[in-house]
Design a protein around this ligand. Structure first.
Ligand SMILES: Cc1cc2nc3c(=O)[nH]c(=O)nc-3n(C[C@H](O)[C@H](O)[C@H](O)COP(=O)(O)O)c2cc1C
Ligand code: SF4
Ligand code: SF4
Length: 262
């Protein structure tokens, strides 16, 4: 069996989950990493028996810019497994979106998983999903793959039941830019910066000017890949509103478990 794993991962948690998933699969596995903007210039095509698409949840859904890119992918009865990785708050409508995508683009959705990854905005004062995926998460991701494999081996291609998201529509319909009201773009401390350019290379939307290192307010997703990659800790992150910090702290601190749907 040939499997194609297509994933986006700004800060590495989705990548960790798909790596664990690949360990539970038989046959050939090929990865297509669509995190960097250059990668998303290529047209996506299907040349495998099973496609696994894995994304981080932004604003309780698949980030719009990613979904627009993924939507070009057409199956022809190809099997699909959907993976949402989220920061312990909620995976919202993301798996429902995958289900609709499968119906529209002629895929057969046979499995879906919602896995936890450390929240982008986790900090010492609000360590939301800190250190996740952990060993247990990685084992569950591998088991998820084994269950998919078993389902295929048994010739069972039934679509799983995906739970309905109970959040009001206006939350899940906010544009990608909605996060700007809650989270500031990373700040740069020029005195610490050594101009290595790592942040420029790592930005998934090319929002950092390579000469000035300034961030485009309109392009920036607040994914904080640049903050995490900086070897000099010259970029820092800040949540904008105190009330958001409080909600974030309280809603995010109770450990959620991964969920799989087969
Ligand atoms: C703009 C933005 C919005 C996010 N929205 C949510 C959300 O609605 N629910 C949630 O649980 N986590 C949310 N997160 C956290 C990420 O889904 C989580 O940290 C994920 O593990 C990041 O994946 P990556 O490391 O592969 O980039 C958000 C992160 C960002 C950057
Ligand atoms: S500039 Fe914005 S979009 Fe680019 S890596 Fe930094 S936080 Fe992410
Ligand atoms: S990664 Fe850090 S040190 Fe390197 S250019 Fe960016 S801000 Fe400066």
């Amino acid at each position: 069996m040939k499997t194609e794993i297509i994933y986006f991962s700004a800060t590495g948690t989705t990548k960790a989950i798909v790596t664990a998933i690949s360990n539970g699969l038989n046959g050939k596995v090929h990865f297509t990493d669509i995190t960097l903007p250059d990668k998303r210039k290529d047209v996506l095509t299907v040349d495998s028996d099973l496609v696994i698409i894995a994304i981080p949840v932004y604003g309780e859904r698949i980030p719009h810019f990613l979904f627009d890119y993924i939507k070009q992918l057409q199956g022809n009865g190809t099997l699909l497994a959907a993976v949402s990785v989220y920061g312990n708050m909620g995976f919202g409508i993301s798996l429902e979106q995958f289900k609709n995508f499968a119906e529209m683009n002629k895929f057969r959705l046979i499995a879906a998983g919602a896995f936890i990854g450390q929240h982008t905005y986790a900090s010492n004062e609000a360590p939301v999903a800190y250190g996740r995926p952990d060993v247990q998460d990685m084992q569950q991701a591998e088991l998820f793959a084994e269950s998919i494999q078993k389902k295929i081996d048994m010739g069972n291609f039934a679509c799983p039941e995906i739970p309905k998201c109970m959040l009001p529509g206006f939350i899940t319909e906010l544009p990608d830019s909605g996060t700007r009201f809650l989270v500031r773009q990373p700040r740069i401390y020029r005195t610490s910066c050594n101009s290595c350019g790592a942040c420029v290379q790592k930005c998934p939307v090319g929002a950092i000017d390579p000469e000035t290192l300034k961030i485009s307010e309109n392009k920036c997703l607040r994914c904080y890949a640049c903050v995490k990659v900086c070897p000099k800790a010259a970029r820092t992150a800040r949540l904008r509103l105190p009330f958001f910090r409080t909600i974030f702290y309280h809603a995010g601190m109770k450990r959620k478990e991964n969920q799989i749907f087969l």
